[in-house]
Design a protein around this ligand. Sequence first.
Ligand SMILES: C[S@@+](CC[C@H](N)C(=O)[O-])C[C@H]1O[C@@H](n2cnc3c(N)ncnc32)[C@H](O)[C@@H]1O
Length: 442
Amino acid sequence: MVIHALSQDLTQGLFPPDRQLIPNLNDIYELELAFYENLILSEAELIKNGAYFSLIGGESLKLPDHSSSRLKSFFEKNIFRTGYATHGLFPYRGKFHPQMIKGLINVMGLKPGDTVLDPMMGSGTVLVEACLMGIKSIGIDASPFCRFMTQTKIDVLTMSLARAKATLTNYEEVYVYFQKKVGQPKPGSKPPKVNTTKDSLSAMEEIAEYVTKKSPTPLTEKDQDTLNTYHFLLLAYLDSAGYSERSARKAPLEQFRSILERYLFVADKIQKVLTGLEVELAQAVVLEGDARALSLNENCIDGIIFSPPYSFAVDYLANDSFHLNFMSIDTNALREKMIGLRGRNLPEKYQFYREDMGNVLSECARVLRPGCFCTIIVGTNSNQLGKVFGVAPDEVTGLHDILIDMGANYGFKPAKVMSRPITGISNTMRREYILILQKTSH
Ligand SMILES: C[S@@+](CC[C@H](N)C(=O)[O-])C[C@H]1O[C@@H](n2cnc3c(N)ncnc32)[C@H](O)[C@@H]1O
């Protein structure tokens, strides 16, 4: 009996023998997503867009016949790590695991040509992943910095890298140029503000301002190239400035050089892969806006994936203060829009959070087509909420349960609830939940 049981293979019990899981699949939620992918996707779809399988019927991902052996081995060894494509450009707090997003897009039944929305896109993981899968996407965030970061990560998939590469020979000048605008970041010090104009993206720099004002849009190829190069360098600079604020291990100039080199390496790599695979990227629309009042029509979205702030566990404005200051953003005005940051004390913050999340769910229900899915990833800071509810941390009702109850008011019914471990954050939050809600009514 024991020998018979031990001779069985778990994955062969779950999947057909010609479907092999990726080697670094570590968590149960990943096995669950693979299980549903296997049930929902056709063989051709699994080969093209599957998140958790490395071999299907003896075939790895579909590569053109003329692909180099280097490209083939790149895929066979599984490239889907956290930092692949442009996901690794900028360490944003609360960033999704890209492979999980890919699996969710599949499990929600989204197909090339459909449109997925992330109304709180942060660093744009959903958009980058959807774009690579041929699925159209719309991303929205209240923070102008998130819009800039996500747009840049999308543009880097296709932009010309020639001018950015050339700056490696005079990276000191580039560094000094940006540094002059804000002053060298020193630990604990606030950078001075630069001039303020209405459009935060163009206000960042004269060249960018010049090209964006020089409408009529669309920009000429050369102007677009100038703008893309500028944004690429700026993201690398802001990333390095963030590192230098947190750690004095490397001199800021050296930090900038190594981050710029890494950005160029990563961008070059994904561009080569995309050319080799002849992938057609889908359109990604990146907007600054408010998830509580979406500027979208009713029933125009085929799927929604987002992760709201986990009540008030992270102050996204304090985290990004250097970058927001650099962009001359009025953080006091922005604070009023940011979910989880409104309110003077914990009970008031919680009240606003509930009210805001009610509006977000109502907006999600309005723009989503009936029958489609809205996936929310959320965790609970039990210590904070315990204080609000006046109970011990282990007796706190999780935000996932609170959001499921609230969602019912807007016609959302839970289709699946999964959980995954959170690694790398303080142990007050050990798990987060993946809620796949279906829009049933209207
Ligand atoms: C948990 S993060 C999302 C991270 C994202 N999933 C990623 O992969 O990078 C939550 C985001 O919600 C945004 N946010 C907060 N209030 C918002 C609002 N009213 N409308 C839109 N976005 C908002 C924050 O700026 C933050 O980027």
